[in-house]
Design a protein around this ligand. Structure first.
Ligand SMILES: [Zn+2]
Length: 257
């Protein structure tokens, strides 16, 4: 609800797009030499371009060129930019060459537990634990209470990530076959922000000849980027941050209905 006599804040929703791998880390390599790090950079750049065109969205790329970024740094970049969501783009290899199609991951509960443990350890070391405005006050709380708050935040974030993930899976369905029809959960380090809904999208398997062949084409890269965009836009239409332009648009729609 906008305060009386004041305009709605209408801020942009900030999306941090993370092209996996880069630099000394090529990621997976296809049978014809297709490199994951190149494919995912192209898709991420197209997604960023699409987001920039959309009113109400702002976007940051973790890397906009071929260089190496440590996993932990990727999470830090999302937090520095006060991201509303983080999306890591991949096209990995599977042991089975016949494995094909897209899948979407959110952090698992097990992963959440160890991330909490990691953050707690950092707190003990006196580091500015989260840098997140909503959680910063943990410093003065006793360790037990801080742990409970962190767990709650992490669980809420995982729930949002799962919703976001299924929205993205839904829109990818018309573009590519799906390897998994449900959002999978695993302990990816890159997804361990306690307060930023984060997903990792495997856009296909570079180890699969047919996937790899498609993934290097500009046309398919554009289609995947558009699919990712539609999925995250529809998530935010249903779950707009309160002070965002998107929330304002949804309020206007309700007022007119
Ligand atoms: Zn990867």
């Amino acid at each position: 609800m906008a305060p009386v006599g004041k305009g709605h804040p209408k801020r942009d929703i900030i999306v941090v797009v993370d092209p996996g791998h880069g630099g000394k880390d090529p990621g997976a390599v296809g049978s014809k030499g297709q490199r994951e790090k190149d494919v995912v950079l192209s898709i991420a750049q197209l997604l960023a371009k699409r987001l920039k065109r959309e009113k109400g969205f702002d976007v940051k790329l973790v890397r906009n060129d071929d260089f190496f970024v440590p996993l932990r740094k990727r999470v830090d970049i999302a937090r520095q930019h006060k991201a509303d969501m983080f999306i890591s783009v991949h096209a990995d290899a599977a042991p089975r060459l016949t494995a094909s199609g897209a899948s979407v991951y959110a952090l698992s509960e097990g992963g959440a537990t160890s991330a909490t443990a990691r953050f707690m350890a950092q707190r003990e070391n006196g580091a500015d634990l989260l840098g997140a405005t909503t959680l910063l006050n943990l410093k003065d709380k006793d360790p037990m209470l801080a742990g409970v708050i962190l767990d709650m935040s992490m669980n809420a974030t995982i729930a949002s990530s799962l919703q976001l993930g299924s929205s993205v899976l839904g829109s990818l369905q018309s573009i590519t076959s799906l390897h998994q029809k449900r959002v999978e959960q695993a302990g990816f380090a890159v997804l361990k922000s306690p307060d930023v809904p984060s997903i990792l999208v495997e856009t296909g398997f570079i180890s699969n000849a047919r996937d790899a062949q498609r993934l290097v084409t500009a046309r398919h890269q554009q289609a995947v980027a558009d699919g990712l965009f539609e999925g995250l836009k529809s998530y935010f239409q249903k779950n707009p941050p309160m002070d965002s332009y998107m929330a304002w648009v949804q309020e206007q729609k309700k007022a007119q209905a």
